[in-house]
Design a protein around this ligand. Sequence first.
Ligand code: GLP
Length: 239
Amino acid sequence: MKITVMENAAQIGEAVGKLFVDAIQKKPNIVLGLATGASPVPTYQYIYGECQKGNVSLKEVCTYNLDEYVDLPKSDKNSYYTFMHKELFDHTDIAEENVHFLDGNATDVEAECKRYDEALSKAGVDIQLLGIGRNGHIGFNEPSSYFTKGAFKVKLTESTIEANSKYFDENPMPHYALTMGVGSIMQAKKIVLIATGSAKADAMKAMIDGQVTPSCPASILQFHQDVEVYMDKDAAKLL
Ligand code: GLP
């Protein structure tokens, strides 16, 4: 794991944004695994800023998002579909047919997860961007007694509901989500994880210094050959 500690979220956004822009310039039809949450927002701002300046094009880029809430309309302001369009896609020239999500409203969840897993392994993710939950979750792979290979429906933990419910002022926050499995995340050629703020300090310590265990799903990244971690001083304070 290559670990970089930076002053603040803005600096991280610029560094990780540059990493992505460079990668897209080198491989215009790159396949990206993308994350939601507050952590990647400055990175997305950097990427679409460069796109708007004409320094990079996302026309041929293909994206797969990590997760989606169950039974939340796509049009809800808190769906990850809406989030990604608002925070990145709408400000770029990406082709809508190249952006992929798990369908949290699918009636046959098993078939939907299978469809996503097959599409993912066919596409092959070049770079996977990750945030991390306070409890060490990646995507919505919550702490558990086992690691899950493919996509599945997960019951969110109290810690995650507490962390994310602040965004739900109109409708209550869903308690279930569909997420890419840890096995699929580990298939990405390169993984870049961002963590900011002291609420992430315990998770970062467990991920980097702890045992590899499904009780901290992010700890499995210790077994990946190409992981870059970017965090601020607050997230790094226990290391
Ligand atoms: C969310 C998402 C994760 C994200 C994490 C941290 O629930 N499912 O993909 O990495 O929680 O979010 P934030 O960056 O807002 O702290």
